[in-house]
Design a protein around this ligand. Structure first.
Ligand SMILES: [Cu+2]
Length: 238
């Protein structure tokens, strides 16, 4: 059972293991799926060519089209990334960064040498982070799954991408490892809502996510119904 911890509670040893696992996925010799493949898959999910994956809200000629699979797609994406780093080191999990409460970038992920080696750019602006009231509104939401998803995808999700800036602002946001920590928190927020009195399931449980495969022999597309329980998926948040 993988335990995803709050990043502020990670020991120096745990940070070291996480960073070593990420490093092992970088470079020309890294085995598939390499780190760059995850970045590319996310960029594909934000491209006009793959609007039918319904992953993110996209601005079309006639307004915004909601990403109806935003939460399920990213849960699948993080799980595959976590399995990949656990293949390198079974002790690691994706920590979560509650950027609404802890309003600075986790120090372990600010080393300039490390960021340069990962080709990460940032334009940090803490004042762009969402407010505690935004998160409280998400947690207390009593409406439909779709309404919840749209609300969570707004300020609480988008503002952290914008506050970190640089790579985090664009389609290649997983270039910055903060992506995983931020989306781990988004996934946790969803899981908490699911477990609470207002939780509701997505309206299309039998729909299969796209793409079918991440790479040759590495499946991605599973039924939405298989992604609704983090307990079944084998992880928890503490
Ligand atoms: Cu995304």
């Amino acid at each position: 059972m993988g335990v995803r911890k709050n990043q502020k509670n990670l020991t120096a040893k745990e940070w070291k293991a996480l960073i070593a696992a990420i490093n092992a996925m970088h470079g020309a010799g890294a085995s598939a799926p390499a780190y760059r493949r995850f970045v590319l898959l996310h960029a594909e999910a934000m491209s006009m060519a793959h609007m039918d994956w319904n992953v993110h809200s996209m601005q079309m000629n006639n307004g915004w089209t909601p990403g109806t699979n935003f939460l399920t797609w990213h849960r699948r994406f993080l799980k595959l990334f976590e399995e990949r780093i656990q293949a390198i080191d079974p002790t690691v999990s994706i920590p979560y960064w509650d950027s609404i409460t802890d309003r600075s970038i986790p120090v372990a992920l600010t080393d300039p040498g490390l960021l340069a080696s990962w080709s990460v750019t940032r334009h940090w602006s803490a004042s762009k982070l969402a407010a505690a009231a935004d998160l409280a509104a998400v947690n207390a939401y009593q409406g439909t799954f779709s309404g919840f998803q749209t609300l969570l995808q707004g300020a609480v999700h988008a503002d952290t991408h914008n506050a970190v800036g640089g790579d985090m602002k664009g389609p290649s946001s997983p270039t910055d490892p903060l992506f995983w920590l931020h989306h781990s928190f988004i996934d946790k927020t969803w899981a908490d809502w699911q477990a609470g009195p207002n939780g509701k399931n997505p309206p299309t449980p039998s729909q299969v996510l796209k793409p079918a495969d991440m790479d040759v022999g590495i499946p991605f597309g599973v039924k939405i119904s298989s992604l609704l329980s983090i307990n079944t998926l084998g992880y928890s948040y503490v």
